[in-house]
Write a protein that binds this ligand. Structure first.
Ligand SMILES: Cc1cc2nc3c(=O)[nH]c(=O)nc-3n(C[C@H](O)[C@H](O)[C@H](O)COP(=O)(O)OP(=O)(O)OC[C@H]3O[C@@H](n4cnc5c(N)ncnc54)[C@H](O)[C@@H]3O)c2cc1C
Length: 326
């Protein structure tokens, strides 16, 4: 059984089914609700001529400013190119050169090479979601939508044995129940909605991690919450998902300015400009003293990296950065 129908859940479901398993996908809203559909810019993978996983590794470790688990990055950069090719085989149509059919690659912050594969311009996630949903349907995989998984069931020896769920559907299934399974994959995405304003969609509430914790699973790295660097904050009353200012805007040369028009994330036109102007990769946080400046989201960037620890959290987020096309 797979819980969640984003790129992770649907990929897991397809691969398990291909290996001969009987798979059920259970998801909280519609199959295409989740972060995956919202992803815009594209997927980074060393697909271009002359590019290598090793170069991708180097760029990622530098951008990660000492916070990356190298083993995880290595898996990402070495398995990434084949993962993109598998998505193509599944039916995802990436933007490609008309003449050669080669996937077109663009460049984003932190990358020394063009290695971002995209689809429909900046509708990459929507295309991947479409292709995976179609493939899951074509494979005859059982799906249950509008089904909020509540808790993990365990057998006498403590192994996962299924889940309890509340189906709020209008379809063939409804009510509270349980699904038993030999194996459970939790692919429930992130928890961006713990912030009052976020670029993450409504379903990203972290309840998958919560149910794993209740079942006794060990979780790690919870401080890493996906948060897009350029968001159009809609003002003091804004709540929930806020519009994203596409990465492409910065890729085309836009600058970030704060509410006073002061430019931050300043640097040269390409590579270093993606690093916060006020911090070096090893800078420590002005709030809690940790060497994790990338988690500092509560203080205007112009006053240096600082998180909510060691300082009271303001009732509203800092002045919203905006993109200007100067
Ligand atoms: C606005 C935005 C732009 C992005 N742009 C990019 C980009 O350009 N490039 C890039 O690489 N990444 C980008 N990302 C990140 C990327 O979208 C995610 O990392 C990726 O989609 C995560 O996939 P996932 O399958 O883990 O989670 P999701 O796609 O979020 O799927 C989680 C699934 O779990 C389900 N679920 C959650 N809890 C329960 C529950 N209790 N019971 C049942 N179902 C549950 C949800 O309904 C959903 O179907 C972006 C993200 C956002 C929000």
């Amino acid at each position: 059984m797979v819980v969640g129908s984003g790129v992770a859940g649907l990929t897991a479901a397809l691969r398990c089914a291909a290996a001969g398993a009987k798979v059920t996908v259970v998801t909280k809203a519609r199959l295409d609700d989740g972060s995956t559909r919202w992803a815009q810019g594209g997927i980074a993978a060393a697909l271009g001529e002359g590019d290598t996983p090793e170069q991708h590794l180097d760029d990622t470790l530098v951008a990660g400013a000492g916070l990356c688990a190298e083993r995880a990055v290595r898996a990402l950069v070495t398995e990434g190119p084949d993962a993109v090719r598998r998505l193509v085989d599944t039916g995802a149509r990436f933007d490609a050169d008309d003449a050669t059919g080669e996937i077109l690659l663009t460049r984003e912050g932190g990358h020394h090479r063009r290695r971002i594969a995209h689809a429909g311009g900046d509708a990459t996630g929507a295309e991947i979601s479409r292709a995976l949903v179609e493939a899951v349907r074509a494979a005859g995989i059982d799906t249950v939508e509008n089904a909020l998984v509540l808790d993990l069931l365990k057998d006498g020896s403590g192994r996962a044995a299924g889940v309890t769920l509340h189906v709020m559907g209008e379809g063939r299934r409804d009510g509270v129940g349980a699904v038993l399974a030999d194996a459970v994959v939790l692919a429930t995405g992130g928890m961006g909605q713990i912030y009052s304003a976020t670029t993450n969609p409504a379903v990203s509430t972290g309840d998958g991690v919560a149910l794993a914790l209740r079942a006794g699973a060990e979780v790690s790295d919870l401080e890493f919450v996906q948060f897009h660097p350029t968001v159009l904050w809609l003002g003091p009353e804004a709540e929930g998902q806020q519009p994203l200012v596409s990465e492409a805007v910065r890729g085309e040369g836009a600058h970030l300015v704060d509410a006073d028009g002061v430019r931050f994330m300043r640097g040269s036109t390409s590579w270093p400009s993606w690093r916060p102007v006020t911090s070096s990769p090893r800078a420590s946080c002005g709030g809690c003293g940790s060497a994790a400046p990338s988690t500092c989201t509560w203080t205007p960037a112009t006053s240096g990296p600082r998180c909510g620890r060691g300082a009271s959290r303001p009732s509203s987020p800092p002045a919203a950065p905006t993109a200007s096309t100067r």
